[in-house]
Design a protein around this ligand. Structure first.
Ligand code: NAG
Ligand code: NAG
Length: 225
C-alpha cells in the first residue's frame, strides 16, 4: 500500500503530456474544497433551479407547487422547506442528490421508494439521510486539514485527479452501502448513526484496497447496478 502510494507521484514524469497532472489535481482539489463551502442560499436563482431540478429528477412528470411545499416531505425532508435541512452539509448535498438521481436513476428510485429487502417500521427519511451521507464523506476525507492525516485522503485525491466526479460517485456508493447495512442490521431510525459509522468504516476499507485505484474499482460500486 505504502509503496504504491509513493510510486504514483513519480509516474507523471515518464510522459511529457502527463506533466500537467499535478496541476489538474490541485485545480480539482481546490474546486471541490470550494464546492464544500457553499451554503444553500434560497435567494439565489441558480440554487432555486437546482432544487427544482432535484424535484423533477426525483418525481418526473409530477408538478412541484412551490420551493416551499408539503410535497417535499414525501421525499424525506423534515419539513416543507428543504433548505433548512441543507444547513448540515450545504449546497453540495443538493448537488450530490441531483447527481445520484440523474446518473443512477434506477438505484436512486429503488432507495427513494425503499424497494429493497424487508423494511423497518421506522425507516430513515431518504433526503435527510442523503444530507447526512454528504456530511459523513466530507468528514472522512478531511480535505480541509492542512496536514494530510489519513491515507484515505491521499488515495481519494489521486482518484479525483483521474475523475472530476469522484466525490459524487463516492456519495452514490456510500448511499448504497448505507441502505445495504441498514437492511442487514434490521435497523431502526434510532440506529441511524451506527449505520452511518459502519458505512464509513466499509468505505475506508474499500478505498485502501490495493487494487482500488478509482471509485469504480470499489467492490461496493457494483451495488449501483
Ligand atoms: C442529519 O441531517 C439532518 C438535516 O441536516 C440534521 O438535522 C441531523 O442532525 C443530521 N444527523 C446526523 C447524524 O448527522
Ligand atoms: C434480521 O431479521 C431477519 C428476519 O426478519 C433475521 O433472519 C436476521 O437474523 C436479522 N438480522 C439481525 C442482524 O438481527
Amino acid at each position: 500500500m505504502v509503496a504504491a502510494l509513493l510510486f504514483v507521484p513519480s509516474l507523471p514524469l515518464l510522459s511529457p503530456g502527463a506533466l500537467m497532472a499535478p496541476l489538474i489535481q490541485e485545480e480539482r482539489l481546490q474546486r471541490l474544497k470550494h464546492r464544500m463551502k457553499i451554503y444553500f442560499d434560497a435567494s439565489r436563482p441558480d440554487h432555486q433551479d437546482a432544487l427544482r431540478a432535484l424535484w423533477s429528477a426525483t418525481y418526473p412528470g409530477q408538478e412541484l407547487h412551490g420551493l416551499i411545499s408539503e410535497q417535499w416531505k414525501e421525499m424525506g425532508w423534515q419539513g416543507r422547506d428543504p433548505s433548512t435541512d441543507f444547513r448540515g452539509a450545504g449546497f453540495i448535498s443538493l448537488e450530490n442528490l441531483l447527481f445520484f438521481a440523474k446518473t443512477f436513476s434506477t438505484s436512486f428510485q429503488r432507495l427513494l421508494n425503499k424497494q429493497g429487502g424487508k423494511r423497518a417500521t421506522w425507516e430513515y427519511p431518504f433526503a435527510v439521510a442523503g444530507v447526512n451521507i454528504t456530511f459523513m464523506i466530507m468528514q472522512m476525507l478531511d480535505l480541509d486539514s492542512s496536514k494530510p492525516r489519513t491515507f484515505v485522503r491521499a488515495v481519494f485525491i489521486q482518484m479525483l485527479s483521474e475523475n472530476e466526479w469522484a466525490f459524487d460517485l463516492l456519495y452514490c456508493v456510500a448511499f448504497m452501502v448505507m441502505d445495504k447495512q441498514w437492511l442487514e442490521k434490521n435497523a431502526t431510525y434510532m440506529e441511524f448513526n451506527d449505520v452511518l459509522k459502519s458505512t464509513r468504516a466499509q468505505l475506508e476499507r474499500e478505498l485502501l484496497m490495493n487494487e482500488v485505484l478509482r471509485i469504480e474499482d470499489m467492490p461496493s460500486y457494483g451495488l449501483l447496478y
